[in-house]
Design a protein around this ligand. Structure first.
Ligand code: 13P
Length: 339
């Protein structure tokens, strides 16, 4: 298959009405932080057992069309010996891989950050593809204060995201472009909207300069929301209205799908906000989820590292997946009644 048809086929498998993505690509330090909340050591076997639990959840493929894995997981095997990427594919879930190498301080720009990982990326894609990955993810992070992010951080991260996306597409791998405007801080929802609009505008300008084909990307943005330390927390209606307005101003309709990150929202909030956006009327893109914490917190807390809790944890994951699937169709309320 030529590269273009390959990208098209992957997009088609990933963007389906009422389906979203499971972000299970926590890096070593991040999964250790999550395991600490259940008092579990982050050993290679515990990480494998946990990802095994997630990926063997019966029926997950009904609500989830793709899973983002971390490099280590891409090379690990399920209990029955099937490599995780093959197991996902067998269940109708497209396997993908987080390819950025994390963020560091942006030089000469105090408070701003930049994501690393472009050097050697084209070579790394050869192996990832051989292991079964069909899409990739790169996360850029923006901190909000009265003066941050700087113009420099917005431009530098946009350029890195676009370079990554171009390298991915050349390899026949669908890039998920993830600019995350953090919700940490005291800022208002208006300030979040202003920063998100500037960030997305720069990202799409850079994607154009780097010749990225918009029909073959997915955007993974944060929602527009007041800072978690702001006195007045945003209502679901405000989050939905501000987020959709910013997206309409900045994201061309050629982009097939927008899949949100949850960014520290509770599982219920993340679902309700997605649902509210999908009830605002016809939108040019498929609006769905690519949640990490908002899908995984309930199963992680149910599991607690105990073999005997696996089934209960899988039920907890399936419930969030089902409700988010309903929210992706604007049908959360009806689905809640059934649960
Ligand atoms: P959260 O939904 O927990 O924000 O994670 C999504 C993700 O992939 C972050 O990079």
């Amino acid at each position: 298959m030529d590269t273009r048809s390959e990208l098209q086929a992957t997009i088609k498998a990933m963007v389906q009405p009422g389906k979203g993505l499971l972000a299970a690509d926590e890096s070593g330090p991040t999964i250790a932080k999550r395991f600490k909340t259940i008092g579990l050591e982050s050993s290679e076997e515990n990480r494998r057992a946990y990802r095994n639990l997630l990926l063997t959840t019966p029926g997950l493929g009904e609500f989830v069309s793709g899973v983002i894995l971390y490099e280590e997981t891409l090379g690990q095997k399920a209990d029955d010996g099937t490599p995780f990427p093959q197991l996902a594919a067998k269940n109708g879930i497209v396997p993908g891989i987080k390819v950025d190498l994390g963020k560091i301080a942006l030089a000469l720009a105090p408070g701003d950050e930049i994501t690393e990982g472009l050097d050697g990326l084209a070579r790394r894609f050869v192996d990832y593809k051989r292991q079964g990955a069909r899409f990739a993810k790169w996360r850029a992070v923006y901190n909000i204060t009265a003066s941050l992010p700087s113009r420099l951080a917005i431009e530098a991260n946009a350029d890195s995201l676009a370079r990554y996306a171009a390298i991915s597409q050349e390899a026949g791998i669908v890039p998920i472009v993830e600019p995350e405007v953090l919700m940490d801080g005291e800022h208002t929802i208006e300030r979040s909207a202003e920063v998100t609009e500037a960030v997305l505008h720069a990202v799409f300008h850079a994607l154009h300069r780097h010749r990225v084909v918009l029909e073959h990307i997915l955007l993974k943005p944060s929602m527009v929301i007041a800072g978690s330390e702001h006195a007045q927390q945003s209502s679901t209606a405000d989050i939905a209205a501000y987020t959709v307005r910013v997206l309409k101003r900045t994201v061309p309709s050629a982009v097939p799908g927008i899949v949100f990150l949850s960014g520290g929202q509770s599982p219920e909030e993340a679902t309700a906000n997605l649902d509210a956006m999908n009830r605002l009327g016809a939108l040019p893109w498929n609006l769905s989820f690519s949640y990490g914490r908002a899908l995984q917190e309930p199963p992680l807390q149910a599991w607690k590292g105990e073999r005997s809790h696996v089934e209960q944890a899988q039920q907890a994951l399936l419930k969030r997946a089902r409700l988010n699937s309903a929210a992706a169709l604007g049908k959360y309320e009806a689905a809640q009644e059934k649960s």
